[in-house]
Design a protein around this ligand. Structure first.
Ligand code: HEM
Ligand code: HEM
Length: 180
């Protein structure tokens, strides 16, 4: 369950790969329709997109709480700049994972639009400021696109470690069987 000195534990791995799947699904479904996500035609899609996004937020909060009691595996031997870059990218990913759902909820409510989840709505809990809400939704879109780029670089780095540097970084986030 807990991380060892060389590998993330089952819980940390489950949080990581669940987050990956939820983010990818939320992203794909944000682009899945020609109409705006706000249109009546995209109602079902928007509800799924918002539910996946809210789940990302819940999973990431749990992941960070777990991270407080379960530290990451010991660092692999690598140049200092590489370890610093990895730390920076992990920080950026966590920041985006929090900021993307947060801007979405704030933006829609400022626009005066309810949060729409499958089966129910949550009416705006803050005063309407439509222009600001629209701006924050544009930021949401930019951050939603940005996380794919940052995660892409992060995934490429993980594969570079595995296939080129041939160290244990990739295996640290993979199930035990891949290490045999
Ligand atoms: C990690 C989670 C999420 C990701 C990766 C993500 C990504 C995106 C992206 C890329 C777009 C722009 C789509 C386009 O190009 O038109 C978008 C739009 C949108 N997202 Fe999310 N989103 C996430 C979570 C959420 C959540 C939690 C909500 C709940 C309110 C939400 C509500 C919306 C809405 C309403 C739009 C349409 C905005 C507009 O057309 O102005 N998203 N999202
Ligand atoms: C949306 C996509 C992704 C997100 C948001 C994400 C996020 C993260 C975060 C936040 C960490 C730091 C964990 C911690 O120490 O607290 C991490 C570690 C890691 N991720 Fe990802 N990840 C994504 C995709 C991927 C993919 C596709 C791969 C593999 C190809 C991957 C491989 C790894 C590995 C190997 C580590 C451990 C790195 C180390 O200890 O230096 N990730 N990821």
């Amino acid at each position: 369950m807990r991380s060892t000195s060389s590998r993330y534990g089952a819980a940390a791995q489950a949080f990581h790969w669940l987050t990956v799947m939820l983010v990818l699904a939320a992203y794909v479904l944000s682009k899945g329709d020609q109409d705006s996500l706000y249109s009546a035609a995209a109602d079902g899609l928007r509800r799924i997109h918002e539910a996946l996004g809210v789940l990302v937020f819940i999973v990431v909060v749990l992941q960070l709480l777990w991270r407080l009691i379960d530290s990451a595996p010991a660092k692999q031997p690598m140049p200092r700049w590489m370890a610093a870059a990895a730390k920076l990218v992990h920080f950026a990913l966590y920041a985006l994972l929090i900021a993307i759902p947060a801007t979405a909820v704030l933006g829609t409510w400022l626009e005066g639009i309810p949060l729409t989840l499958p089966g129910f709505d949550i009416a705006p809990q803050i005063a309407k400021a439509h222009g600001l809400g629209q701006l924050i939704m544009e930021i949401h879109t930019t951050l939603g696109d940005a996380i794919l780029w940052v995660a892409g670089v992060h995934a490429a780095a993980a594969l570079f470690h595995h296939f080129y540097l041939r160290d244990e970084v990739f295996q640290s986030m993979a199930s035990g069987r891949m290490n045999d």
